[in-house]
Ligand binder design. Sequence first.
Ligand SMILES: [Zn+2]
Length: 82
Amino acid sequence: MSGFTVEVEAYGWVVCKDGEAVTKAVSNKWRAGEKRDALEHAARMKERNCLRCATPFMSEGAHHRMCNGCRQSVRTMFEGAV
Ligand SMILES: [Zn+2]
């Protein structure tokens, strides 16, 4: 849990973290939920060094250890092996 919540206030729905609104108000809860999901996703991202080429990149989590370039070339390698 990263602590983002969707709350209703005077001007519409907002995403809050630690009781503070972190987005502008939107007109419906569904839109605010989408913003919260995006913020939670961003909060999980963390800079790591690529396991393959050591380039720093933004990792989406423990399963994500290679930069996009290396992920692409590994995928190409596997496809080539079939
Ligand atoms: Zn890499």
